[in-house]
Write a protein that binds this ligand. Structure first.
Ligand SMILES: C[S@@+](CC[C@H](N)C(=O)[O-])C[C@H]1O[C@@H](n2cnc3c(N)ncnc32)[C@H](O)[C@@H]1O
Length: 362
């Protein structure tokens, strides 16, 4: 449930990539300093009588900590997020308090109506994602996110994902998949002397960071191996709005990522400060399309990556999607999914490579 003490965790936030909090049915206040990629938040349940006092107290703590860390009030952005019908009164109260402190408040779309949720906020990117959804508060349990295929379709395809509310993703996110490409998939593909391009499907690609990462990585691998093997990467998602961002090929790169992957960004894009525009060399290898993974794609792929999608779904949906991926896989082919436990994977009889978290389809 809402945990106002989280505001007190702020000193460690600067080093963290993500802030996570179960906000249940309440409204969360997020203060975000984009200049320093730093954020803190609080969320209050409780009685209407002392709500304003508690909110003032929490806000004071949060502002104090941010200011001690060098953030200054005029540069702070402030967002309100969440709250079911019964808690909507909190929005107007919080707005009043925040305005008194001269904080410019933006009320983010309450994406899914009356739901309990855990949110994950990335101070580095300024993105907010909902990691748990359940329409019936009484059945809500943080341990079980269990959307059916139909619910997932309805929720994720709604174009309600706007403004700062996005489905979190990052460049070069699942490291082992890149190592797997270098050590196993590409050498095997080259050995096969296949003239057909290596096709990779980034399923549930969100705003495309993942797709561009694989393109950059494979281009770099081509250069190292001095072999121009043909490849193409399809990024698909159910949310068209995210795909429009992906198609633009322009991103603000978090400082941390710039430090770690700067060579890639400098080589394959034009950097202006922290903003990258990917160039034609990368773009010609990627293609973005709307697609719901409950359908069968027409193509077959050597590699299917569906990262950080299964966590939202129930086991039945996960198995259904995985069977889809198996039938969309080349032979041999490799599938990466996370949040697919051994008890679901083993009955499918696929060879599993723990080092790369790839399942091999023969
Ligand atoms: C947390 S993001 C993961 C993005 C990226 N794969 C990564 O790991 O960084 C989850 C994405 O899955 C997409 N998604 C959820 N259900 C889907 C479905 N049934 N078909 C296609 N995309 C789906 C969401 O729209 C969202 O963009």
């Amino acid at each position: 449930m809402p945990n106002p003490a989280l505001a007190g965790d702020l000193s460690s936030v600067a080093e963290k990539r993500e802030l996570a909090c179960d906000i249940g049915l309440s409204v969360a206040v997020i203060l975000y300093d984009p200049a320093k990629s730093r954020a803190g938040f609080f969320s209050l349940g409780g009685r209407i009588q002392d709500f304003a006092d508690k909110a003032e107290q929490n806000l004071g703590t949060l502002l104090g900590k941010l200011s001690a860390m060098g953030s200054v009030l005029p540069t702070l952005e402030c967002y309100l997020f969440g709250g079911n019908q019964k808690c909507l009164w909190q929005v107007s109260r919080l707005e009043k308090i925040l305005k008194r402190h001269s904080l410019p408040v933006e009320v983010l779309d309450d994406v899914y109506g009356q739901v309990c949720r855990t949110f994950v906020f990335s101070p580095l990117k300024g993105t907010l994602s909902v990691s748990h959804l359940e329409e019936d508060a009484n059945r809500w349990s943080p341990a079980a996110s269990a959307l059916s295929i139909e619910d997932g379709n309805r929720i994720f395809s709604q174009n309600a994902v706007t403004g700062k509310v996005a489905n979190a993703t990052r460049f070069f996110r699942e490291r082992e998949t890149f190592i797997g490409l270098r050590e196993q998939v590409v050498p095997e593909y080259l050995q096969s002397k296949n003239s057909f391009p290596l096709l990779l499907w980034s399923a549930g690609c969100s705003s495309g960071e993942e797709t561009y990462s694989y393109a950059m990585y494979l281009l770099r691998l081509q250069q190292r191996l001095k072999i121009n093997f043909p490849f193409r990467i399809f990024g698909t998602d159910i949310n068209r709005e995210l795909l429009r961002d992906a198609q633009k090929g322009e991103y603000n790169i978090p400082r941390e990522d710039l430090e770690e992957y700067g060579d890639y960004f400098r080589k394959f894009g034009t950097l202006s400060g922290q903003r990258i525009t990917f160039g034609p060399e990368v773009r010609e290898h990627v293609e973005f399309r709307p697609f719901d993974i409950r359908h069968h794609p027409r193509r077959r792929f050597r590699v299917i990556i569906c990262a950080n999608v299964f966590q939202y779904y129930n086991d039945q949906a996960r198995i259904y999607f995985m069977n889809n991926f198996i039938s969309a896989s080349e032979r041999p082919g490799y599938i990466f999914v996370n949040n697919f436990p051994a008890k679901l994977r083993e009955p499918l009889g696929l060879e599993y490579f723990p080092k790369y978290s790839y399942s091999r389809v023969q």
